[in-house]
Design a protein around this ligand. Structure first.
Ligand code: F6R
Length: 606
């Protein structure tokens, strides 16, 4: 959470570059923002509560002069969103400015001591950093990077930090511990930011800073060293294949809609993952005695679908556990014979990283699926499979979910082959159908987007929804329900349809909208029974079902028809209508689906 950026450029003003980069980072938090530059030996600072565009309209970030600067977009942890709590935070002398993503755990203790000599103005944990550096520089007359290192040795917690100081008006100092930070190598300019897409218009040459490292960045040189050992680290520059266009809206009103439309392309890319990589992953899973899948939010839904795939296709036993519950629910169960399959599009979700660390400490092997090269999850894993969705900017996960499903299907099919559990011809048939899914998703969008929009507009003001499915479609229902909740702010619940009669059905009254995910698989007869039960109570039935299923069509008030595929692949083909439904319900209600309230894309706090 929180996006940070730093720019040191020999020829250009830093602030407009920071401003644009912050807009690309806004998915990480958007309750306040600010930029500080150094100009004529002074810190020039503009910050305010609100979204970047609102603040820019009021303050005009681009008028800040200076070729070096730092910026921040905030997701509040310590202190309400306000101008004072917005970053950058400065020291008493207004010579040092700091932006921070993470949490300083011992800030109360540090603050209590520093407050005897320093004037604190905000409620943030971050503010201890500029005061600590100020004090160290004043006492020891050392340079900024030494003072930062010494300050960080007193700090406990997580951080990605960028610091500037008027005494060294050509230097950015940055440091990382458990919050993401990358360095961009430019021409006569260098950069750092919370993620790669923020830097893409300036450079595709990236250095991935590791935990426990700090960097001193000038426009023409970068020095990296460890925070504790002061050991110099040779920077390894990676040329990333993502393009600047991938991090822009490309004519769509929102990133979310663009990313839904990109799903066929993202699927195609992911289905091209080299068979050797899939085979290696499948073999590691096969060798484990116990397999746990762990993830959060949408990635957890992919994990749940993965569990159905693994059991149905390859008779592989696994459990899918929400990562924030992982250590509690697997206490005493993890050992050297355990493999963890961790799924995270960002690769930075603190809950998932925590689950991985717990499992690693107990001897487990870690396999991960992520969309971000060099992300923390990949560094903690023994083996990483990279999905190929390109950068996802919209806060609500869409294309990264569909590619997680596709990669889980590839792994499950490979495992089925290795374990000889499914008939070879059936494996081939499912594989062929899997490779058809990009086309099916593309046609579904083309054919049904306007129908889905009309349905969403009609029901956008219903206060409650129920999403029901059976078998693997329960996971699709969960994902559809989450999307509606998080971007349209409509209360919804997802249930296995068979379970609804044990409680949720009590909610049903005439006109209550129930969304059924009812592809033509072996749960169909039973789900028709569940539709009848809801109809008998005068619920409004909206279904996502096989386009040739006239029986379900007759039972539904509205139906979105999808081509039939093998049941196990149905989450891939059924989820797009649900994503579009949530998107159009949100826009009808006047909400910005790219920036849902209280949420941030990369949740780096526990
Ligand atoms: C929902 C959503 C979140 C994420 C969750 C995990 O649309 O985006 O629920 O799925 O925060 O994020 P990753 O996959 O980055 O670990």
């Amino acid at each position: 959470m929180c996006g940070i950026v730093g720019v040191v450029d020999r020829n250009n003003l830093a602030s407009p570059i920071i401003h644009e980069a912050l807009k690309r980072l806004e998915y990480r938090g958007y309750d306040s923002a600010g930029i500080a530059t150094i100009y004529q030996n002074k810190i020039c600072l503009k910050k305010e509560k609100g979204k970047i565009s609102e603040i820019h309209e009021k303050l005009d970030f681009n008028k800040l002069l200076g070729t070096i600067g730092i910026g921040h977009t905030r997701w509040a942890t310590h202190g309400l969103p306000s101008k004072t709590n917005a970053h950058p935070q400065v020291d008493c002398t207004n010579k040092i400015a700091v932006v921070h993503n993470g949490i300083i755990e011992n800030f109360l203790e540090l603050r209590e001591d520093l407050a005897k000599r320093h004037n604190f103005v905000s409620e943030t944990d971050t503010e201890v950093i500029p005061h600590l550096i100020e004090e160290i520089m004043a006492k020891t007359k050392c340079d900024l990077h030494t003072a930062t290192r010494r300050a960080l040795q007193k700090v406990k917690g997580t951080y990605a930090l960028v610091i500037i100081c008027t005494k060294e008006s050509d230097t950015l100092v940055c440091a990382r511990n458990e919050s993401p930070l990358v360095i961009g190598v430019g021409k006569n300019a260098n950069y750092c930011a919370s993620d790669i897409p923020a830097l893409l218009p300036m450079t595709r040459k990236i250095i991935l800073l590791s935990d426990g490292e700090m960097a001193t960045i000038h426009h023409d040189k970068i020095r990296i060293e460890t925070i504790n050992g002061e050991v110099e680290v040779q920077p390894k520059i990676v040329n990333v294949s993502w393009t600047p266009e991938m991090a822009q809206k490309g004519g769509y009103p929102h990133f979310m809609l663009k990313e839904i439309h990109e799903q066929p392309h993202a699927l195609n890319g992911t289905l091209m993952i080299r068979p050797e990589v899939i085979n290696k992953t499948a073999n590691v899973l096969n060798d484990s005695e116990k397999l746990y899948i762990t993830a959060a939010g949408t990635s957890h839904h992919a994990g749940l679908a993965g569990r159905y795939m693994l059991s149905k296709l390859s008779a592989m036993q696994s459990q899918a556990i929400i990562s924030s519950e992982f250590s509690e629910s697997t206490a005493n169960l993890i050992d050297e014979d355990t493999t963890i399959l961790a799924i995270s599009q960002s690769g930075e979700t603190a809950d998932t990283l925590n689950a991985i660390k717990f499992a690693k400490d107990n001897g487990a092997k870690i396999v991960s699926i992520t969309n971000v090269m060099g992300s923390t999850i990949s560094r903690l894993s023994d083996l990483t499979l990279y999905t190929q969705a390109g950068p996802e900017i919209g806060v609500a996960a869409t294309k990264t979910f569909i590619v997680q499903l596709a990669s889980l299907a590839l792994i499950s099919l490979q495992l089925a082959e290795i374990r000889g559990m499914t008939d070879n011809s059936e494996i081939e048939q499912i594989r062929e159908e899997l490779f058809q899914t990009p086309r099916i998703v593309e046609n579904t969008i083309k054919k049904h987007e306007s129908l889905i929009r009309d349905i969403a507009y009609e029901y956008a003001y219903k206060p409650n929804f129920l999403y029901l499915g059976r078998g693997i479609s329960t996971t699709t229902a969960m994902e559809g329900s989450l999307k509606l909740k998080e971007i349209a702010y409509i209360h919804s619940e997802a249930y296995p349809a068979g379970e609804s009669k044990h409680g949720a059905i009590a909610l049903i009254e005439p006109g209550f909208p129930v969304v059924f995910i009812a592809p033509h698989d072996d749960t169909r007869e039973r789900i028709i029974g569940n539709i009848m039960e809801m109809k008998a109570r005068e619920a409004t039935i909206i279904s996502v079902a096989d386009e040739n299923d006239y029986e379900i069509k007759k039972l539904s008030h509205k139906m979105i028809g999808i081509p039939s595929t093998m049941g196990i692949l149905s989450p891939i083909t059924c989820v797009t209508p649900l994503q579009l439904f949530a998107y159009y319900a949100a826009t009808k209600r006047g909400y910005d689906p790219d920036k849902p309230r209280n949420l941030a894309k990369s949740v780096t706090v526990l």
